[in-house]
Write a protein that binds this ligand. Structure first.
Ligand code: BDP
Length: 701
């Protein structure tokens, strides 16, 4: 069977999977259903009579075939691929041009009137341009007369999968792993290609396929073959594969007595392993490493530093142009210390000590993917070390797959924060895109929210988080609203009123969630389910794995004092940033309890006391889920029934849980505040003991 026939077969499967009358969400934002407006279709069709492609490299072929498939669906007519436009007009030319005025190799340009030319300096640029052109049609924009250039602002735009060999996913809520390890490398699930298409369409160019809590099995010959088979599928879509590695692998699978990064035999083991990997996967991306973090071994076990560990791996990969992504997610089991400060304390002194092919990957906030965190102070203090961003798409602390939380505002809030590292307007975005410190390597990663569920993400609207992440990784200046709008049009409906309603729901969803879950700077990163709040949880093997460690409720007030009178974590930020947060009178309310222990009766800028303000937020947050339900009911006529019912069901669950979570917090905090629930809110119908039981029962499942 030749390549074209295979493609057509795949295409048929793809189309069958999502015929308009039965839309199970599998096609994501690449639906390509017929554009309803016939005159709009005809206008597009006049500019899309053929696709001219002169090259035949795999990525260029992908670009042409994706464009062809998309146009076929949107316009309802076959668009031929020809090898040259000759003197024909009215078509689309895909071409690479080394002298293109794009800023980097993956950028693209779309120009032209008589023919539309989509060009890139590399094949990948053309591929991204082809998807951008399709996006124009999908969102009802003009395609002729365009003159646009777009460049990715960040080089490595990656998904991190926390997937295990047994098919489970750490913190995964959309089924099991996409990778069928037991069937690989022989059986290639067609879904792997669909995964690659979706990623390429939003500019993602790298994927780490296994959990950061890594099994050394992934480095065995058996597994490397499986990984190589996946790499073969991803390659035509411009996506490189990376592996999370277990630092002591030289001991566990290499038979060495040590994994000391300064031991010559250990060095040799990794160098040999790298050579073995690159024989199988010539464009292998590199390693992601979680070391000396949450019980994972690492260089500190041998009195070496993170830099020693990272550089040792970097040297093994350097001859092959591979890179090391070393995570900064570390904190010690020291109950007296402030976990907020831990990563900075370990990493800041190492600034400038990492090899050129190392990038340090930092979570957006100092603690752990909370619904709202201040930006990690590390972003303001490591000018000599390339820092990459780690966001979490999977909703570990965001209500799993039942709560609606559109995450673009979380990402933007962090990216737009000013670190003041080189004066005003030194945003986190400018740190990580390299424009402030001229980092040679730039990266951004999202911990994936995908799984084997037919619609990929469990909650149908959580697809928007995957989408927005990829688009922001490409261009962090895009707004949350523009991305929501785009995604809704491509995925759910193009009816203007419904587009507006759903966009509005998405944009408000995060604040609604924060209000009933962790308002005003509360957080809840304790062990257990990571689902329902358990603010009473006070026992664990380590103090920073209890809830009371974070909220510090007592008879006087609530919140973690991180000023100079408390842990002084604020000192890790530049003075201008400290100034925003260190005065409880002026600290913005969303961050108040992150930095201050505030008396229950303290009057806030809203005119309410802390207690009354908290109650107001918990209650209005929970009530707003009802608003989300009402909004969703309004779009019924414009959204396919399967997706409509799916979302409606999840919103009903969310409503129930939001009330439960509100009750958990207010009943628990009331034991300290000793204040009534303020009018007009009614006191919870259940007792604190009943809520505690609910949580215990939840944890049993
Ligand atoms: C925490 C997760 C844990 C991860 C860890 C990490 O609960 O499952 O392994 O982050 O990022 O949020 O390493």
């Amino acid at each position: 069977m030749n390549y074209k026939i295979i493609f057509l077969l795949l295409l048929t499967t793809w189309c069958r999977a999502g015929a308009p009358d039965r839309d199970d969400g599998y096609r994501l934002w690449l639906k390509y259903d017929l554009i309803k407006d016939a005159s709009q279709r005809a206008t597009y069709a006049r500019s899309a009579q053929f696709i001219a492609l002169s090259g035949n490299t795999p990525v260029l072929k992908t670009a042409a075939e994706e464009l062809q498939a998309g146009l076929q669906g949107l316009l309802g007519k076959a668009v031929p691929i020809v090898t040259s436009a000759g003197n024909k007009t009215g078509g689309i030319i895909l071409t690479t041009r080394a002298d293109l005025p794009t800023r980097n190799d993956e950028g693209y340009q779309i120009t032209g009137k008589q023919n539309i030319t989509v060009s890139g300096r590399t094949d990948a640029g053309v591929l991204y341009g082809a998807f951008a052109l399709l996006r124009q049609l999908q969102t009802g924009q003009p395609i002729s007369g365009l003159s646009l250039i777009s460049n990715p602002k960040i080089q490595l735009r990656m998904l991190n999968h926390w997937d295990n060999t047994d098919g489970s996913i750490e913190r995964g809520y959309a089924g099991s792993s996409l990778w069928n390890w037991y069937e690989l490398p022989e059986r290639i699930d067609p879904r792997y290609r669909d995964y690659a298409r979706a990623n390429a369409s939003i500019g993602i160019n790298g994927t780490v396929v296994n959990n950061v809590n890594a099994s050394s099995r992934f480095l065995t010959a058996e597994y490397l073959e499986k990984v190589a088979a996946l790499a073969n599928v991803f390659r035509p879509y411009g996506i490189k594969i990376y592996l999370s590695v277990y630092f002591p692998a030289p001991k566990t699978i290499g038979g060495l007595k040590t994994a000391d990064p300064l031991d010559p035999e250990v060095n040799k083991w990794w160098a040999d392993k790298a050579t073995e990997i690159y024989k199988l996967i010539p464009d292998f991306g590199g390693f992601l490493v979680k070391a000396n973090s949450e019980g994972q071994p690492g260089p500190q076990d041998y009195n070496r530093t993170h830099a020693d560990g990272a550089n040792m791996l970097a040297k093994a990969l350097a001859p092959h142009k591979g890179i090391v992504i070393w995570r900064a997610f570390v904190y010690k089991a020291d109950g007296k210390a402030d976990r907020f400060k831990a990563a900075y304390e370990e990493f800041q002194p190492l600034d400038g000590q990492f090899d050129k092919n190392v990038i340090v990957q930092v979570k957006n906030g100092p603690i752990d993917f909370q619904p709202r965190e201040p930006f990690s102070p590390i972003f303001g203090v490591m000018p000599k070390t390339p820092l990459g961003m780690e966001f979490q798409l999977t909703q570990e602390y965001l209500g799993f797959a039942t709560h609606l939380v559109y995450e673009a505002p979380i990402f933007k809030e962090c990216l737009d924060s000013d670190t003041y590292v080189t004066g005003k307007n030194s945003t986190v975005a400018k740190v990580i895109d390299g424009s402030l410190h001229a980092y040679p390597l730039t990266a951004i990663a999202g911990v994936a929210n995908t799984g084997s569920d037919r619609n990929w993400t469990g909650h149908p609207l959580a697809q928007a988080n995957w989408y927005a992440f990829g688009r922001l990784a490409w261009d962090h200046s895009l707004s949350s609203e523009a991305l929501a709008n785009e995604w809704v049009k491509m995925t759910l409906t193009t009816e203007p009123a419904s587009v507006k309603t759903i966009t509005d729901m998405l944009l408000k969803s995060r604040d609604i969630y924060v209000n009933y879950n962790t308002p005003m700077g509360l957080s809840r990163p304790w062990t257990g389910a990571h689902f329902a709040p358990e603010p009473w949880q006070n026992r664990s093997s380590r103090p920073d794995w209890t809830a009371i460690y974070y909220h510090r409720a007592d008879s006087l007030g609530l919140g973690f004092d991180r000023t100079a009178k408390g842990s002084n974590a604020l000192a890790q930020y530049r003075p201008e940033v400290q100034q925003q947060w260190n005065n409880p009178e002026t600290c913005p309310l969303p961050y108040l309890l992150w930095f201050h222990h505030v008396p229950w009766t303290k009057k806030l800028s809203t005119g309410r006391t802390l207690w009354d303000e908290l109650c107001t937020r918990f209650y209005t947050g929970a009530d707003s889920v009802g608003w989300l339900q009402k909004q969703w009911a309004q779009v019924k006529k414009d959204v396919n029934p399967e997706t409509f019912d799916n979302v409606a069901g999840r919103l009903a669950t969310q409503q129930k849980e939001a009330i439960w979570w509100r009750d958990a917090w207010v009943l628990y905090l009331q034991e300290f505040s000793r204040q009534p629930i303020p009018a007009p809110f009614k006191k919870p119908e259940r007792s604190l003991d009943e809520v505690k039981q609910l949580v215990e029962i939840y944890k049993m499942r």
